[in-house]
Design a protein around this ligand. Structure first.
Ligand code: BGC
Length: 735
C-alpha cells in the first residue's frame, strides 16, 4: 500500500524554495574563489560618506560580505549597486545596523519595554523599527538582545529584557517576529540577531566584558532558553558574545556554538562574531595570535567575522597547512548566502536611497509602549493621578527636558528634534501660567548646588513639585557599568532641598537600570519609574501623571535596597537556612551577637526594595479563589490553574497577572519561584475576571546533575500573583 501524505501548499512551496535556494548556493559556491569566500565571511565598518575609491574597489572585488553601521541610505544603495552590477559574481552585500529599540522612532529601552509584559505591542514596535530601517536600506538588525541580566551594575542591563528566562523568551521571540515579519524577503523586514550568545549578562562584578562562570545546568536552565526560543521563532542570525564562558571565549566555544546551536538545535542560520571578538581571544589568553584566533573561531562555527580581519588574512594558510578543513569555509559561506537569499537580496529586493521620518502610527505605538513600560512604585494617599484642576506645578530636575537622555542607550538614528520631552508635554497640557520650570542641575551627574535656590523657589510657589531625576543616557549601555546604584550627582541633595518647601513631591525617574534612591523616595509621595522612555516618553509620562492612562508596568528585574545585595533576583534557591520575613540582624556597631544564623544581612533587610513583577496602579486588584483542575498532573496530561482577579478600586486599568511554580523537592534544588505564565487583563471598577494557566509535565522539567532534561514526580506549589513576592497559593502532585 502506498501511503500518501498531503503537505499543505504553503509548506510545500517553502520546501521547494528552500531546495531551490540550496541549489543556487551550490552553483555560486562552485564558481567562487577562496578569496571571494573569505570576503563573504568578512564584515567591515569602514564605509564612510562619500564611499571612498578603495572601498568601491574592494566591493567590486568581493572583499566584503557585509557592512555594519555604515553610510547613508544613498551610500548603501550605491554600494549595493556596485556589488550587484560590478562584482564578478554579483553577490549582494547585507547591511547590518544596531536598531535596538527603534530606528527613527525610538521606543523605550528594552528593559523598559519588558516592563509592559506585552508581547504584541513589543512585536509591533519591532515591526515599526524594521519598516523604518528597511526603508533606508538596512536589512539586518543586531537585536534582540536576550541576555539574562541579574546585576544592575552592568550597563547593558538597559538593553536586556530583564532577569527571567521565561519572560525574556516570550518577549525576545516577539521582537524576532516583529523585525522579520511574515517573510524576510518582504521589503519591510529585517533579519534579526539573537545576541549575545551566550552568558554575557552574568559578567562578574557587573563589569562589562568580564568573565562568566556558569555551570552547564544553570546555562541550560537560565541562559540558553531565550536563545532557543529565538531559534524557534526563526531568528535569522546569532551573534557570539565577548565574554569567556567557563574559561572558553564564547566566540571560540565549540560546546555552545557547535554542540548546542548546530547539533542539538539544528540551527541553519548565520553566526556573526561580536565586534573584534575574534581577535579578543588573544588578550583573553585563548589564542596565540591572529591566525590562531581565526582557526578557533572557524572551528567553533563563527560564519562571519565582525570588523577584525583574521579570516581574510590567515585562512588560506590555515587551509593549506590543514589546520582548517576547506569544507568548514564552504559551510560558513553557505550560511551567509542563505541569509542573503532569504532576504531576497539576489532577487531585486529594493535598496531605498532616501531618508525617512517617523509616521503618526509609529509615534502612537511609541507612546502606548512608553505608557505600558512605566512602573508606579509608590503612591501614598493616592497623590497620583494629579487633578486636572491643580493650580501650579513646579517641574524640576535635569531630566525633564533632555531629549537625548530620554532616548537612552544604543540610539544611532533617533533624532533629538523628534523627541517630545515631559516638560514640553506638560507645558502643552497645563499652559504657560500653571507651570514653572527649574532644571536645577545641568545633568544627572552635576554636583553643584547653584540651581537649587531657583528650584526651591519654584517649589514654594507651586502646589506640587514634579521632579525628573535619574541617569542620563551615557551612564548605561555598553562599557558603562557602575559600582554605585545611587542617584548620581547632587540629586538626593536637591530632593532634600525641595522637600523643605513643604509641597507634595512626585518623583519621575528616568534611568537605564534599577537605581537605589531611598532618600528621594522617602520624601516623594509618589514615584514613577520611567526608564529611558524614548521619543514619546514626554506625552506618555504626562498621560500617566494626569490619569489619562493608568500605570500597568511591572518590574522585570529586582530592585535592590543597596548595591551590596547584588546579585539579587526572585528566582533564587532557598538555602538550608532561609531567613524569616522581616528578620534582620542587629544594627551595625551594636556589640551583641546577631540573632539567628540564617542567610541574611546584619545591616539591611535581606529582601529587595521592590521585587520582580512589582508595580502599582491607580486602582486596586484583589486575587482570590485559586482552583486546580485536579490534585495531580500525570505525564502526558495537563493541569489548569485559575484564579480570579478583581478590580476593587475606582478606576479602570490593566493588570498583569503572573503565574509561578515551585518544585518542592528535586534531585537538583529548584528556585523558590519560577515564572511559567502571565496575562494582561483589563478590568473596570468592580469587574472580576478569571485568569487561567495550563501546565504540562514539560513545563516542570529541569536539568539534572548530568545536565539532562528530566521531570521528577513530587509536590509542586503554584501561585497566581500580582508579583513574585505575593499571590494566591495552591499545590499539586506530579505523578
Ligand atoms: C556590541 C554589539 C553590537 C556590535 C555592533 C558591539 O560592541 O556588543 O551588541 O551589535 O558592537 O555595533
Amino acid at each position: 500500500m502506498i501511503l500518501r501524505i498531503a503537505l499543505p501548499l504553503a509548506l510545500m512551496s517553502s520546501l521547494v524554495n528552500a531546495q531551490d535556494v540550496e541549489r543556487r548556493i551550490d552553483a555560486l559556491l562552485s564558481r567562487m574563489t577562496l578569496e571571494e569566500k573569505l570576503g563573504q565571511m568578512s564584515q567591515s565598518t569602514s564605509m564612510r560618506t562619500p564611499i571612498s575609491e578603495p572601498i568601491r574597489d574592494e566591493i567590486r572585488k568581493g572583499r566584503w560580505g557585509s557592512f555594519l553601521n555604515a553610510g547613508s541610505p544613498a551610500d548603501r544603495a550605491e554600494a549595493q549597486r556596485i556589488a550587484l552590477k560590478e562584482s564578478r559574481l554579483g553577490i549582494p552585500l547585507v547591511f547590518g545596523r544596531d536598531v535596538i529599540h527603534g530606528y527613527h522612532t525610538i521606543f523605550p529601552i528594552p528593559l523598559g519595554q519588558s516592563a509592559s509584559w506585552d508581547p504584541e505591542l513589543i512585536r509591533d514596535a519591532a515591526r515599526i523599527a524594521a519598516r523604518e530601517a528597511a526603508g533606508e536600506g538596512i536589512q539586518w538588525t543586531f537585536a534582540p538582545m536576550i541576555d539574562i541580566a541579574r546585576d544592575p551594575r552592568w550597563g547593558r542591563v538597559a538593553e536586556t529584557l530583564g532577569e527571567d528566562p521565561y519572560l525574556t523568551s516570550a518577549l525576545g521571540a516577539a521582537m524576532v517576529r516583529g523585525f522579520q515579519g511574515g517573510s524576510l524577503a518582504s521589503p519591510d523586514a529585517v533579519a534579526a540577531c539573537a545576541k549575545h550568545y551566550v552568558g554575557y549578562g552574568a559578567a562578574e562584578g557587573g563589569r562589562d566584558y568580564n568573565s562568566t562562570w556558569i555551570p552547564e545546568i544553570l546555562l541550560r536552565q537560565v541562559y540558553l532558553p531565550s536563545f532557543r526560543a529565538a531559534r524557534d521563532a526563526g531568528v535569522a542570525t546569532f551573534m557570539t558574545s565577548f565574554n569567556a564562558l567557563n574559561g572558553v571565549p564564547a566566540t571560540g566555544n565549540r560546546f555552545t556554538l557547535r554542540q548546542v546551536l548546530r547539533d542539538e538545535w539544528k540551527y541553519d542560520g548565520m553566526v556573526v562574531s561580536d565586534y573584534t571578538a575574534v581577535t579578543e581571544m588573544i588578550p583573553h589568553g585563548y589564542a596565540a595570535d591572529n591566525a590562531d584566533a581565526a582557526r578557533e573561531a572557524a572551528l567553533a562555527g563563527v560564519d562571519m567575522e565582525m570588523v577584525s580581519t583574521t579570516y581574510f588574512d590567515h585562512m588560506k594558510a590555515l587551509i593549506q597547512s590543514k589546520q582548517v578543513d576547506a569544507k568548514l569555509i564552504d559551510d560558513a559561506v553557505r550560511n551567509i548566502l542563505r541569509l542573503k537569499f532569504r532576504l531576497g537580496l539576489f532577487d531585486n529586493r529594493p535598496q531605498p536611497a532616501a531618508e525617512t521620518r517617523p509616521v503618526a502610527e509609529a509615534l502612537d505605538t511609541a507612546r502606548r509602549l512608553a505608557v505600558e513600560s512605566v512602573v508606579l512604585l509608590k503612591n501614598e494617599g493616592n497623590l497620583l493621578p494629579i487633578s486636572a484642576s491643580i493650580g501650579k506645578v513646579a517641574v524640576i530636575g535635569p531630566l525633564a527636558d533632555s531629549p537625548t537622555d530620554q532616548m537612552g542607550t544604543w540610539v544611532m538614528d533617533g533624532r533629538a528634534q523628534d523627541v517630545q520631552t515631559p516638560l514640553a508635554a506638560l507645558r502643552r497640557m497645563l499652559g504657560p501660567d500653571r507651570l514653572v520650570y527649574a532644571r536645577a542641575l545641568r545633568n544627572s551627574r552635576d554636583n553643584t548646588h547653584d540651581g537649587f535656590a531657583a528650584a526651591a523657589d519654584a517649589a514654594r510657589n507651586a502646589d506640587l513639585a514634579l521632579l525628573f531625576l535619574g541617569e542620563e543616557q551615557i551612564l548605561s549601555g555598553e562599557a558603562h557599568s557602575r559600582a554605585f546604584l545611587t542617584l548620581p550627582g547632587a540629586q538626593e541633595a536637591l530632593v532634600e532641598e525641595i522637600a523643605k518647601a513643604g509641597k507634595p513631591i512626585v518623583a519621575v525617574i528616568l534611568a537605564g537600570r534599577p537605581l537605589t534612591f531611598q532618600g528621594a523616595s522617602s520624601r516623594a509621595g509618589a514615584v514613577l519609574y520611567a526608564w529611558h522612555p524614548g521619543t514619546m516618553g514626554g506625552p506618555a509620562i504626562a498621560d500617566l501623571l494626569f490619569g489619562r492612562a493608568a500605570p500597568s508596568g511591572k518590574l522585570t528585574i529586582t530592585f535592590p535596597r543597596t548595591v551590596g545585595q547584588v546579585p539579587i533576583y526572585y528566582s533564587h534557591l532557598n538555602t538550608g537556612r532561609p531567613p524569616s520575613p522581616g528578620e534582620l540582624g542587629i544594627p551595625m556597631g551594636n556589640p551583641v551577637e546577631p540573632k539567628g544564623y540564617t542567610s541574611k544581612y546584619l545591616d539591611v533587610d535581606f529582601t529587595p526594595e521592590y521585587p520582580f513583577g512589582y508595580g502599582l496602579s491607580y486602582t486596586a486588584f484583589e486575587y482570590s479563589n485559586l482552583r486546580l483542575s485536579g490534585a495531580t498532573l500525570r505525564s502526558g496530561g495537563t493541569l489548569t490553574v485559575s484564579a480570579d482577579v478583581a478590580n476593587t478600586g475606582t478606576r479602570e486599568a490593566d493588570e498583569v497577572a503572573q503565574f509561578y511554580i515551585r518544585d518542592l523537592v528535586a534531585s537538583v534544588v529548584q528556585p523558590v519561584r519560577a515564572l511559567k505564565g502571565f496575562r494582561r487583563v483589563h478590568l473596570k471598577p468592580g469587574e472580576k475576571q478569571t485568569v487561567q494557566f495550563t501546565l504540562t509535565a514539560n513545563d516542570l522539567a529541569f536539568y539534572n546533575e548530568q545536565a539532562k532534561l528530566v521531570t521528577e514526580p513530587g509536590r509542586f506549589q503554584v501561585w497566581v500573583a500580582p508579583d513574585s513576592a505575593r499571590g494566591v497559593p495552591g499545590e499539586f502532585t506530579l505523578e
